[in-house]
Design a protein around this ligand. Structure first.
Ligand code: ADP
Ligand code: MG
Length: 226
């Protein structure tokens, strides 16, 4: 599903260079649930940005579902991102003026799905995350946990190959965090591949595999016992 080969990412120009990722090689199979951990500045977001095709490595190769990413044209890349990848962010990234339903159906705007079909699929996704009765609410009318559920519904609407989540519970209290993690576990149980960044051990404990980063290196990579 995901294959990284000798990935380096160097930020900056000739004078000041920061090597954020150093020779990262990594294999993630379909239906894995991976937590990427590490202190601030260890390279987690840089890694997620490359995995999510939001950024390109300075050197090395990335294959997603057998496709080599570096050789894909820009316009094809945005299609691939829209169809194959679902994103979940710490701060939800919902559009404030749009209803929950319209937020969820944003990814369908770039495909050939008519309004009626989009709304039908959006409502189905909202039902899946337990928000069928909130479809017309705007983000400010919802709690943090509900907003993140909307974001998860949006991430899922194109039936992506993989979900990338960068600190998905970072803005949530512990009870709500547990609810969101239970939802991600359900998705994993139904076959979804998930790669999640977190710095909290209690959140990482929901994952089945933990990758620990330090100074741009992977220093630990193990399958969880249960
Ligand atoms: P993490 O998400 O683990 O906190 P990052 O991937 O954000 O780490 O950052 C890794 C390293 O790369 C840090 O030293 C950071 O300062 C540096 N870095 C991140 N983004 C940039 C950038 N756009 N320009 C220059 N340096 C950056
Ligand atoms: Mg980060």
């Amino acid at each position: 599903m995901i294959k990284l080969q000798n990935i380096n990412r160097i930020y900056g120009s000739e004078d000041i260079q920061v090597a954020a990722l150093k020779d990262i090689s990594l294999l993630i199979e379909q239906n894995e649930f991976v937590a990427v951990m590490g202190t601030s500045g260890s390279g987690k977001s840089t890694l997620m940005n490359i995995l999510g095709c939001l950024d390109s490595p300075t050197s090395g190769q990335y294959f997603l579902s057998g496709q080599q990413i570096s050789t894909i044209e820009d316009h094809q890349l945005s299609t691939l991102r829209n169809e194959k990848i679902g994103f979940i962010f710490q701060s939800f990234h919902l559009l404030p003026r749009l209803s929950a339903l319209k937020n969820v159906t944003i990814p369908l705007r770039y495909s050939n799905v008519n309004q009626q079909e989009a709304d039908k699929r959006g409502l189905h996704m909202l039902t899946q995350v337990g928000l069928a009765d909130r479809s017309q609410h705007k983000p400010f009318e919802m709690s943090g946990g509900q907003r993140q559920r909307v974001a998860i519904a949006r991430a899922l609407i194109n039936n992506p190959s993989v979900i990338f989540a960068d600190e998905p519970t970072g803005n949530l209290d512990s009870t709500t965090s547990a609810e969101i993690m239970d939802l991600l576990c359900q998705l994993h149980a139904s076959g979804q591949t998930i790669v999640m960044v977190t710095h909290e051990e209690s959140i990482a404990a929901y994952a089945k595999r933990i990758i620990r980063m330090k100074d741009g290196h992977i220093i630990e990579d193990f399958i969880c016992a249960n």
